[in-house]
Design a protein around this ligand. Sequence first.
Ligand SMILES: C[S@@+](CC[C@H](N)C(=O)[O-])C[C@H]1O[C@@H](n2cnc3c(N)ncnc32)[C@H](O)[C@@H]1O
Length: 472
Amino acid sequence: MTHRPSRPRRAHPPRRREPSAPRPPMEDPARRAALDTLRAVRDRDAYANLVLPGLLRERRITGRDAALATELTYGACRAMGWLDQVIAECSDRPLSQVDKQLLDVLRLGAYQLLRTRIPPHAAVSSTVDLARLDVGSRLAGFANAVLRKVGERSEAEWVEALAPSNIEDPIGYLATATAHPRWIARAFADSLGDKGESLKAALEADDDRPLVHLVARPGEITAEELAAITGGDVAPYSPYGVRLEAGAGDPSDMEPVRERFAAVQDEGSQLCAIALTRPTLTGSDQRWLDLCAGPGGKAAMLGALAGLSDATVDAVEKAPHRARLIENATEGQPVTVHVADGRDTGFEPGSFDRVLVDAPCTGLGALRRRPEARWRRQQSDVGDLTKLQRELLLSAMDLVRVGGVVAYVVCSPHLSETIGVVGDVVRRTKAEQLDAREFFPGVPDLGGGPDAQLWPHLHGTDAMYCALIRKI
Ligand SMILES: C[S@@+](CC[C@H](N)C(=O)[O-])C[C@H]1O[C@@H](n2cnc3c(N)ncnc32)[C@H](O)[C@@H]1O
């Protein structure tokens, strides 16, 4: 039997409580910053990871409050569609009739109840306080009722209650269990060829905070030197990569980055840019083209490698402000920036030896980086994007010389954007598709080929896709 300590005796009889006015609502700065960010994301399509840091700075929110605001904001953004599903189940009116400002508050409350260790009473009372200050007492009463119902079950219990059967619809089940729209889970499953453990791991990896990767500019500093200076680790796959530890600090404050010997770049992006330079060419190898170059990450990698082998790079970008970013990223390199449409550049056909098409895409491979992206992107975006991707790749095939090589890269594993586009263009141009995996030496698990597909859960990189095509 457990022994309970006896209650200490009171020295005085208890004082009778005076009937008091209701406790005034308390607002805490972390939850307020999270709510204001959710509002900006909903109202003006803002990016949470651009808005929140600004608010924290402006309001001087630091330490544990800043960490809480970050966790609540990014977490609620990532899980938004799933939180809405649970809120709808607990509300006596359809979500379309719930005040939009109140819905933001409810999302914040439901996130705390389902996906954090914040005690339920604190999650509910802090959220109801926020609602009272934000949308008034009447709606705060509604928030209280909804959140109490949300808190009656754990997240796992809500998944069991609302998800389709794991046996009959494993993709639908995993989409719900990992808070993804179904079409994204389906796209990952199609690319992985799996509806089980691999799919689960790929979807779960979207909730991870990616480590910062640095690129050591070839010819300026080695990865080993960069790792020693920054305290990071030499990256496992890219010969120029360094991975920083979580919490290593702001990379833009690091000396090699300030001195422009290094820059922030995902290791997957490094590998795809390097892959373009690896296939052997017969004949000239002096003119390289980056057809969708803004903001210039891969152009700067190509510019550094071109500088080491007497080649030059033309970098094309449609958006003038992004073209300026390329100019900045490639300063001092043999790179010429052009503001033009990659489908109509004005260059002579067949004038380049190597061409990179890092095409605009859904970005489904970088969902870790944009907390709200998985709910903002729509399946209906895919059609327009694949049309543009096909046109850009056809333009690249026109601009490369016979015997030259084109790398087609997207940050997405969606099969329509990857093998759909490449297969079609290879057929139409009667080109030869190389086995891209050979040009990612030492990188395991790149898929069945001939293209290479990277994954966050397998490689710790964005889910970059790369196909290499030789014009014949
Ligand atoms: C995926 S991003 C390229 C990222 C870049 N390669 C890097 O590593 O920093 C695609 C770029 O293509 C640009 N773009 C979109 N449509 C284009 C077009 N028709 N012609 C040329 N560039 C285009 C976008 O503005 C965007 O900067």
